[in-house]
Design a protein around this ligand. Sequence first.
Ligand SMILES: [Zn+2]
Length: 270
Amino acid sequence: MTGETHRFTVGKFLCVVICDADQTRDGVSLFASTPAETVNSGMQRLGYQPEILKFSINILYIRTPERSILVDSGLGVGKSQLTESLLLSGIELNRIDDVILTHGHGDHIGGLTGADGQLIFPRARYHMWKAEWDYWMEQADQISDPEHPVRKNLPAIKDRVQLIETESEFLPGIHAIHAPGHTAGHMVIRIESGGEQFLHLVDAIHHPSQITYPEWSPQFDQQPVLSAETRKRLIEMAEREQIAVMAYHFPFPGMGHVIRDGDELKWHPI
Ligand SMILES: [Zn+2]
C-alpha cells in the first residue's frame, strides 16, 4: 500500500523501505520483446498472474552512524506521498545528507523538487554515475516541457551533485556497482556494515520472474541485450554470496533472496 514502510537493519545501519506507489502491469506488454506464449507460460509456472503483475515503487532510506541517505526520490509532486511518509517515519527532509540517484528516469528523480521548483532535500548532496548525469543533462536542454522531471529537477541540483566515475565506496559502507543496460549509466548499490551485506538491484530487474528468466528484458531497457547480461551477473552474484537483495519495482517491500532450485534460480521473498 502507498505510504507503507518496512524497517530492517544491515549491521549498524537502520534501513526503511517506503512504498511510493503500488501499481500493476501486464506481463506480455512489459516483456514485449519476448513471445507472449513464453511469458505467459513462464509466469504461470512460477505462480504469477501475467495479466496483473504487482509493480511497486520502493524507496530505500539508510541511516548510518554518520549519515542519512535516500536512494532515489520516487514519482514526485502530485503522484507521491514520499515526503509525508518520511515525516511519519520521523525522518526530517532537511536532515537528509545524501540522495543517491541510480539513473535519470522520472520515477527515480521525480521527487527532487516541489511544485514551486525548490529542492525537497535542501541540505543534501546528490550522487549519480557520471555518464548518466552527462546523458540526461544533454537531454534536459532539448526538452520543451518545463515540468518534465529531467528538465525541472536535474539542473536544480547541479551545484550539489557529486559524480561517480568508477565502482567505489563513495559513502562509508555504500558501494556503487555500474549496472548498464536499463540505461547506460544505471548503477546498483551494495551496502556493507558490521560484516553484513545488502544489494539494491534498483532497475537492473523489474519483476521477480526475471530471476528465473534473466533474458526477459522489459520495454524500458535502453540496451536490452546488455541489460540481460547485467541482470544475470548480479543475480548470480547474489545467489553465490547469499546476499539479501531488494529491487525498486518488486512487490513492496521488494526484498528477498535469490535461491538455487536444481538448475534454476528463483525468488524467495521475505
Ligand atoms: Zn524505475
